[in-house]
Design a protein around this ligand. Structure first.
Ligand SMILES: Cc1cc2nc3c(=O)[nH]c(=O)nc-3n(C[C@H](O)[C@H](O)[C@H](O)COP(=O)(O)O)c2cc1C
Length: 388
């Protein structure tokens, strides 16, 4: 989870404190919040960005990696380019400089004037990337992976989910290119293939390289198997695991934002938002190491997802912001006392939305803003971890 503890891309000492707490929690692996590969384009002004050759930043990240690994957890850095989801003012680009994206397709919060104005003011219409810009981004991801390796991390995960740049390359709606990087599901995945190959070449075989992708969603045509075909292409590369999530700013499904009140009974019981899709991936790739994130709250549901073979690794987000040693104190891993099945879980309340959202007659925009409120709340909780 993005910790929002940086300024101008540079991390504050608070970040190490947060990871110290998590480092003592009996997690198997700890993944950082998304670290920007280019400080020109940030997901928020408080995001961290890779600072190649900056000794002070290298030392701070070394401290973070040590804090994560203090009790044996693996340290994975998530690396990201926000693409068209970089708000104005987030990043060192000029105020009038456009975001970059596979195609000049703006975010869509709905067809009404309020939503369109908000997009215009906050994100603008991105500029279609040239091939040279694509090459630059590929190199930036490689530099980020080298930075993670240099600072003592065990691996990187390439963020190709949640509507950010690489996720948009995968989407037929956001990527309307007809060159080598668009036109078919496989070509839309090419930039990620290029990044994986270039990273692997530079970090060697022992450094973990993984990718986070969305399940099939509104960014794809209904009924299409395009995402599964793209996953086939990614899995054919030298990756160590694949993480499944979903959603984007347009529809924050990653935090259960699109169907929280009406979520099917089956999903409620299973907890995991994207288990069905993970099972479809498993059918095509029996040997793939799969990580599934979103919705897990109880040990019973985690075990059931593992036993169903829908995943090999369970990703935990929001509960970790409330209970830093969630694996020990809630799941019971390495705990002093055995936790019964009824005890081994944590129920989270939905974060209260700002009052005006209820009165907003635009459901899509309402959903997007409610998603922002939810992540905002947990972001603050992460910030508080650095103080306690
Ligand atoms: C405060 C906050 C920050 C997040 N930042 C990231 C991020 O940087 N990268 C990412 O892949 N997902 C991010 N997410 C999404 C989570 O990784 C996860 O997919 C989501 O919270 C659902 O899992 P959960 O139900 O266990 O919380 C964030 C979520 C929250 C609440």
């Amino acid at each position: 989870m993005a910790e929002q503890l940086a300024k101008n891309g540079q991390v504050s000492g608070k970040l190490e404190k947060v990871y110290e707490k998590w480092g003592h929690g009996n997690w198997g692996a700890i993944m950082t919040g998304n670290v920007m590969v280019d400080e020109k384009y940030m997901g928020s002004p408080q995001h961290a960005a890779i600072q190649v050759n900056d000794t002070a930043e290298i030392e701070k990240w070394q401290g973070i990696a040590r804090a994560i690994k203090a009790r044996g957890a693996l340290a994975i850095m998530q690396i990201n380019h926000p693409g068209r989801q970089s708000p104005v003012g987030a990043g060192s680009r000029g105020l009038l400089e456009k975001n970059i994206a596979p195609s000049a397709v703006p975010i869509n919060f709905g067809e009404n004037i309020v939503a369109k104005t908000l997009v215009k003011l906050l994100f603008g219409t991105p500029a279609e990337m040239s091939i040279a810009q694509i090459q630059t981004v590929i190199k930036q991801f490689v530099d980020a992976a080298k930075f993670a390796q240099q600072t003592g991390f065990d691996g990187v995960t390439i963020h190709a989910a949640h509507g950010y740049l690489l996720s948009d390359f995968l989407s037929p709606k956001a990527n309307t290119r007809t060159d080598a990087y668009g036109g078919t599901p496989e070509k839309r995945a090419k930039i990620i293939v290029d990044i994986i190959r270039a990273i692997r070449e530079s970090v060697g075989a022992k450094f973990s390289v993984s990718v986070k992708v969305n399940s099939s969603d509104q960014q794809y045509d209904a009924g299409s198997d395009a995402v599964l075909r793209q996953i086939d292409v990614l899995v054919a590369q030298a990756i160590d695991f694949l993480e499944i999530s979903g959603g984007s700013y347009e529809n924050p499904r990653m935090i259960g934002g699109d169907d929280l009140p009406t979520r099917s009974e089956r999903t409620q019981k299973r907890e995991a938002f994207f288990l069905e899709f993970a099972l479809a991936v498993r059918e095509r790739h029996p040997a793939l190491h799969l990580m599934l994130t979103g919705g897990f709250r109880t040990r019973a549901a985690m075990n059931s997802a593992l036993e169903s073979k829908g995943c090999d690794m369970v990703g935990i987000g929001r509960p970790a912001a409330l209970v830093p040693d969630f694996p020990r104190s809630v799941v019971g891993i390495g705990a002093n006392k055995e936790l019964s099945e009824a005890e081994a879980g944590l129920q989270l309340q939905k974060v209260k939305e700002p009052w005006f959202l209820k009165h907003l007659p635009f459901p899509q925009l309402q959903r997007a803003l409610a998603g922002g409120a939810e992540t905002g709340y947990y972001g603050q909780r992460i910030g508080q971890m650095s103080k306690a």
